[in-house]
Design a protein. Structure first.
Length: 280
């Protein structure tokens, strides 16, 4: 359940009261300790969320990004995948263009993506995700990106060939903020509105690109146990900045009890698809 978005802001709420560490039973307490310990020890390298299978569910957008991306890759001559993570999404395409490059900033993901993508003929470039992109003008006829943290529209326009396309699925505003606000408290309106698709359209247009498709959906996500919450927040570090189990032990214990008594913790996931073309 990938969830790349800008860091949430806002103060950490005061520590929960002592009774937030009370459990319905000794068995409940033992389950909490076991789930938290397991989720705290598993590797969070790469951008593969399969560890959450059976622990959390995420409704997928109707447009099928990976399938649509693969179709475009099959027709491209030179493609760039920005912020590839561990390369998992790019590697899912059955055919890559003759020239395929991926960028990634986080060193563990660079190594993971290199091991996965090099055998497929793709080059992985370690890049800090700050402009300028380390490529020449008009280098690619297709640029893709799934859940980028930041979209550098002017740089994307620069590296696209005339007639080239940027195709991206992105995280929309206030995505999974039910979980964010559980730990950080209410977020200000400007934070909740960040990453709005209308702003993406305006920025693409300002960079000289023509937006040919823009769709958004609000979907449902559920966390079925507290281990899923811990793993998600360890992996998606910008959702609750500075998250550690010890720092948030009391609210985690309270949420564990809530899930046990009321069922899975629900959240709304915001996604939008944008396709923009450079005039040819």
């Amino acid at each position: 359940m990938p969830e790349r978005s800008a860091p949430a802001s806002g103060p950490t709420p005061p520590p929960a009261s002592e009774d937030s560490l009370s459990f319905a039973s000794a068995a409940s307490r033992d389950r909490f300790e076991a789930l938290v310990a397991e989720a705290g020890s598993v590797s969070v390298d790469g951008w593969d969320f399969s560890w959450l299978d059976g622990r959390a569910t995420e409704q997928r957008p109707s447009w099928g990004y990976a399938r649509a991306m693969a179709d475009r890759l099959g027709r491209a001559r030179a493609a760039l995948d920005l912020q590839t993570g561990g390369g998992e999404v790019l590697a899912s395409a059955p055919k890559l263009p003759p020239v395929t490059v991926a960028t990634e900033a986080w060193p563990p993901n660079v190594a993971r993506a290199t091991a996965l993508l090099h055998p497929l003929g793709a080059v992985v470039v370690a890049d800090e995700d700050e402009p300028p992109l380390p490529f020449g003008d008009a280098a690619f006829d297709l640029v893709v990106s799934r859940h980028p943290v930041t979209t550098w529209w002017e740089e994307i326009a620069r590296v696209l060939t005339p007639g080239g396309t940027y195709f991206s699925q992105q995280v929309g505003p206030a995505s999974v903020f039910e979980l964010v606000e559980y730990f950080l408290g209410p977020q200000p309106p400007e934070v909740r509105r960040a990453r709005h698709p209308d702003d993406a359209r305006a920025a693409a247009t300002a960079a000289g690109l023509d937006v040919v498709d823009l769709r958004s959906e609000t979907l449902r996500t559920e966390f079925h146990d507290i281990g899923a919450v811990v793993y998600f927040l360890r992996k998606v570090v910008w959702m609750v900045p500075g998250f550690t189990v010890e720092r948030y032990r009391r609210p985690l214990a309270a949420l564990h009890r809530k899930i046990e008594e009321e069922g899975p913790f629900p959240a709304r996931t915001a996604r939008f698809l944008i396709e923009a073309r450079k005039p040819g």
